[in-house]
Ligand binder design. Structure first.
Ligand SMILES: Nc1ncnc2c1ncn2[C@@H]1O[C@H](COP(=O)(O)OP(=O)(O)OP(=O)(O)O)[C@@H](O)[C@H]1O
Length: 252
């Protein structure tokens, strides 16, 4: 099952071409990391694919009516501020809205989805705390939990692990990997190449508005690609613990 299909896709902002000739499909069971340097176009790609900003070409998600889109994709934007002083479980419950009709109360299935999302993000003990009084990293986990509660075929998140401590970065990537193993799909932009390489089933590398590489991390990583795209040298090796990637120096 294809959960996102882009073809001939491009974005121009204020007369400047930002993305061009983007074409790829994301299928069921994939954990796809979108990587690339600052300004490459990662956020623009995700927002345009969702239909939040204008584009040319085809995006299967942008083509959906808003109500359908809310059941097709859960979106975690880069901005993480929670504006409402309500408890954590109420924020996470908002993820169920696309599944409810106006005025409808939460069903047992909705409550189960919320409980499961809270548990997956280690928030069960914080569920009655006021969300705005949590730390930045805790608030980020609440918003990830809200997207999990939405139980959509695709979860799309812009730098979801930025600002999380190492344990929560790893457990969040493991949660995404587990979703993918169960057949759902996750599309995340990441700056931590070590975690991207370790957990993603596939990486899409963008640079200056175009896709420069797309494939499984093992097949795709090369010193040349890392140097050309990110301007760094790195050490990477297949180990009994999996693929390990360590950035080393800024390339000269
Ligand atoms: N509203 C806008 N108007 C004009 N240019 C924009 C606008 N938003 C983004 N851009 C430009 O589009 C390019 C891509 O930005 P984008 O935020 O998509 O990059 P990114 O890969 O997500 O970067 P980062 O890793 O820094 O978050 C940048 O050159 C940016 O300056």
């Amino acid at each position: 099952m294809t959960v996102l299909s882009l073809s001939g896709f491009g974005v121009t902002l204020r007369g400047r071409p930002i993305l061009r000739d983007i074409a790829f499909d994301i299928g069921g069971g994939e954990l796809v990391g979108l990587i690339g340097p600052n300004g490459a176009g990662k956020t623009t790609l995700m927002r345009a694919a969702l239909g939040l900003i204008g584009s040319v070409g085809h995006s299967s998600l942008a083509a959906l009516a808003p109500a359908q889109r809310g059941r097709a994709v859960a979106w975690l934007p880069q901005a993480r501020e929670i504006a409402w002083p309500v408890d954590v479980q109420t924020v996470v419950s908002l993820g169920r809205m696309p599944h409810m009709s106006t005025g409808q109360r939460m069903t047992g299935a909705d409550r189960d989805a919320v409980d499961s999302a809270l548990e997956q993000m280690g928030l069960t003990e914080l569920r009655q705390r006021t969300a705005t009084r949590l730390s930045g990293g805790e608030q980020a986990r609440v918003l990830i939990a809200r997207t999990l509660a939405q139980e959509t075929p695709l979860l799309m998140a812009d730098e979801p692990i930025a600002g999380l401590d190492p344990a929560h970065q790893i457990s969040t990537m493991e949660t995404f990997a587990e979703l993918a193993r169960k057949g759902r799909s996750v599309f995340v932009s990441l700056h931590d190449l070590g975690l991207a390489v370790r957990h993603c089933t596939r990486l899409i590398v963008i640079d200056r508005g175009g896709v420069v590489a797309d494939g499984p991390p093992r097949a795709l990583l090369s010193p040349d690609l890392i140097r050309k795209t990110f301007g760094i040298t790195a050490w990477f090796q297949d180990t009994p613990e999996g693929l390990v990637f360590q950035p080393l120096e800024v390339a000269t």
